[in-house]
Design a protein around this ligand. Structure first.
Ligand SMILES: Cc1ncc(COP(=O)(O)O)c(C=O)c1O
Length: 386
């Protein structure tokens, strides 16, 4: 079996499994907010995890807020920055057409319900946002921008966006900047305070920690309002007894993943060889985001005329799990919003499959995926499915 949907959710990593076995066996268990010895011991463990996470993320201890994951973090940021509703002088949200729906839909909710207007920065055909256009927008309209929300790495294409430049421009013009770093963190080294961004988010299940865990990073915590009020946990910013064991797994997973960063060049090379081999065999195959800087572990590939879902099912029958990342109904396959924003035609958009492995994956998985993919294409291209 080959699991190649790490961008969807990574398996719990081995170090976390080992940690949990011992942790669950030995305890301690208590409410980290209790003042008795056991509670304080749990709190110390969780705060130790917070220190490890802060170091890994290039943030200060006090900038790390534990939560349930990226979607919650995104909601809290929007609630904090936009919750009061559009003011005459600050009524714009600047975002892109390639954001994850958790981010895009939140922005749309604030536009529909709180009077904001969305400016969508266009995306180039290679998946990179149009930085020149962004620069123009920020120069012309910075006084009216309430929030810039541009992601670090795309979940479908794996394309790495110029988020450092975006952040620099936001700082220069004094505009609040939220970056969706969910796919970037754990796949590339990241330093929150070096980028200068105001807010970032991540989900534990994308990096091998337990699902239902995550972190919101805030440059200045006093700008945040709680989404969940509760009993004042996380310094009043996220109510509810903390998921302390889950939060500990974040630290273990971050420690674990940092050991694999030096594999990025090797994985990138192998990924490129894999893509070239497929293109040699099938010259009409398309690699989405080809030529743009991409995460080492992601490939988004289409063979026009061969339906992505059919490829997915064929691969699954050979024990390989990938996704299409495009919503499809029986005869009306739909090109994803991300691909539409890149100007990708339905001919390509209907054919995509996303192959995403982990930084810990052996390079040989690409050889096995290649064999299976070619078998699937050989079989399916005999019948043109659309
Ligand atoms: C880029 C990006 N942002 C946000 C999210 C939302 O993450 P979660 O569902 O863990 O809250 C995802 C999940 O796939 C993602 O890929």
């Amino acid at each position: 079996m080959i699991y190649a949907d790490y961008n969807g959710s990574a398996p719990v990593c081995n170090d976390v499994k080992e940690y949990l076995k011992q942790r669950l066996d030995e305890g301690p268990y208590a409410n980290p907010n209790a003042i008795h010895f056991m509670g304080q011991k749990v709190l110390m463990g969780m705060d130790n995890a917070r220190s490890v996470c802060a170091k890994f993320l290039g943030a200060k201890f006090s900038q790390v807020i534990f939560n349930s994951g990226a979607t919650e973090g995104c909601s809290q940021i929007h609630h904090s920055v936009l919750g009061c509703g559009a003011k005459d002088e600050k009524n714009l949200i600047v975002t892109t057409g390639i954001e994850h729906s958790a981010i895009r839909k939140t922005a749309e909710w604030y536009a529909e319900n709180r009077g904001y207007e969305i400016i969508t920065i266009p995306t180039n055909p290679n998946g990179i946002i149009d930085l020149t256009e962004f620069e123009k927008v920020i120069k012309d309209k910075h006084q009216n921008i309430a929030l810039v929300s541009i992601m670090a790495a795309n979940n479908e294409t794996g394309v790495i966006e110029p988020f450092k430049e975006v952040s620099k421009l936001c700082q220069e013009y004094g505009v609040t900047n939220f970056c969706d770093t969910t796919q970037y963190i754990g796949k590339m080294p990241f330093n929150f305070n070096e980028t200068g961004m105001d807010y970032a988010i991540m989900s534990g299940h994308k990096i091998g920690a337990l699902t239902g865990t995550g972190i919101l990073l805030a440059k200045d915590k006093t700008t945040l309002k709680p989404l969940i009020i509760g009993g004042g946990q996380e310094k009043g910013l996220r109510g509810g007894t903390q998921n302390y064991i889950g939060n500990e797994t974040l630290a273990v997973a971050m420690d674990s993943v940092s050991k694999f960063f030096d594999r990025i060049p090797e994985l990138t090379k192998k990924r490129e060889e894999f893509e070239q081999k497929v293109k040699e065999k099938y010259p009409s195959a398309v690699i989405l985001g080809e030529g743009a800087p991409r995460l080492a572990t992601s490939t988004y590939i289409a063979l026009p005329g061969v339906h992505g879902q059919a490829v997915q099912i064929e691969l699954e029958s050979m024990g390989i799990f990938v996704t299409t990342s495009s919503a499809c109904s029986d005869n009306e396959p739909v090109t994803s919003k991300v691909l539409k924003a890149m100007g990708v035609t339905d001919d390509v958009g209907r054919g995509v499959v996303r192959i995403s492995v982990g930084l810990c994956s052996p390079v040989e998985v690409y050889d096995k995926i290649y064999e299976a993919l070619i078998k699937a294409y050989d079989k399916l291209s005999q019948i043109k499915s659309y």
